[in-house]
Design a protein around this ligand. Structure first.
Ligand code: HEM
Length: 256
């Protein structure tokens, strides 16, 4: 993660987002990494996701030194934690030991919030994922001021954080107070009475308050699971594909 960060620091934010989009659909099972027609990764809502090559690179190294042991879902969780830390944000114990799913459906990925929803639908989205009723799922979103957003019609990028795009800090909350939030969903959380107290608290209090809340919320996010029968999960060998079915021996040796 450190090596990729040195090459392109914007990948850190992209990895954190990738982890969120993974956990938001079918739990944290690396379903977002599967790459085939009509998989989550090919959904409209996934079109600006980045950082897949970082996970592929980490996985390739792990398969070389410690084969068939570390799931793609765990790699994504650990990479998101390390990415946050590299940006100057907090560090936390990431819950590990999950397995990779075998199913990925584009239609399901399109249910992830896109930035034009109202506060009510955002608040509803997170508890459905069993993250938290208090809305800290949504406030996770607010923590991101480091974020770059690709501009659809040109090769330019625009910073989602209007003033300090390279650092993990609490300035973003202050910017919302100045109406500098780029996404309408962010401004929405500033003005809605159910979420506004989170914004003003994090804007006014020392940054460690939002650091520790962010860490707590990320652990909750990483624990989002959808129960799957044992044969529906595996340790993928390549994060882009489910493992090939074991080959059946068509000509079993004759005995006797
Ligand atoms: C409240 C629900 C959320 C909405 C509506 C939302 C919406 C968006 C949108 C519209 C973008 C810009 C996409 C583009 O490049 O076109 C974005 C980027 C981003 N989001 Fe979210 N998001 C939400 C939740 C989250 C959460 C919970 C996290 C982190 C745990 C997160 C992390 C990020 C990051 C890091 C980026 C920047 C990615 C990059 O620079 O490549 N988002 N989000």
């Amino acid at each position: 993660m450190k090596a990729w960060f040195r090459k392109d620091y914007t990948l850190a934010a992209s990895i954190i987002r990738l982890h969120f989009h993974d956990c938001a659909v079918r739990g944290c099972d690396a379903s977002i990494l599967l790459n085939y027609q009509n998989s989550e990764r090919r959904a409209y809502a996934s079109r600006t996701l980045r950082g897949f090559q970082v996970i592929d690179d980490i996985k390739a190294k792990l398969e070389r030194y410690c084969p068939k042991t570390v799931s793609c879902a765990d790699i994504l969780t650990a990479a998101a934690r390390d990415a946050t830390n590299l940006l100057g944000g907090p560090f936390w114990e990431a819950p590990l030991g999950r397995r990779d799913g075998k199913t990925s459906v584009a239609k399901e990925a399109d249910l992830v919030p896109q930035g034009r929803e109202n506060a009510t639908s955002l608040i509803k989205f997170f508890p459905r994922k069993r993250i938290e009723r208090s809305g800290s799922g949504c406030s996770l979103r607010l923590y991101w001021r480091n974020l770059t957003q690709s501009c659809k019609k040109s090769s330019n990028f625009v910073n989602l954080d209007a003033t300090t795009p390279k650092t993990f800090d609490a300035e973003y909350y202050k910017n919302l107070g100045k109406k500098k939030g780029l996404l309408s969903t962010d401004q929405e959380l500033y003005s809605d009475p159910r979420t506004a107290p989170f914004v003003s608290t994090f804007a006014d209090q020392p940054p460690y308050l939002f650091y520790s809340q962010f860490a707590v919320s990320m652990v909750k996010l990483a624990n989002v699971k959808v129960p799957t029968p044992p044969n529906e999960s595996e340790i993928r060998l390549n994060c882009n594909y489910v493992n090939p079915a074991p080959r059946k021996n068509v000509n079993p040796p004759r005995h006797g």
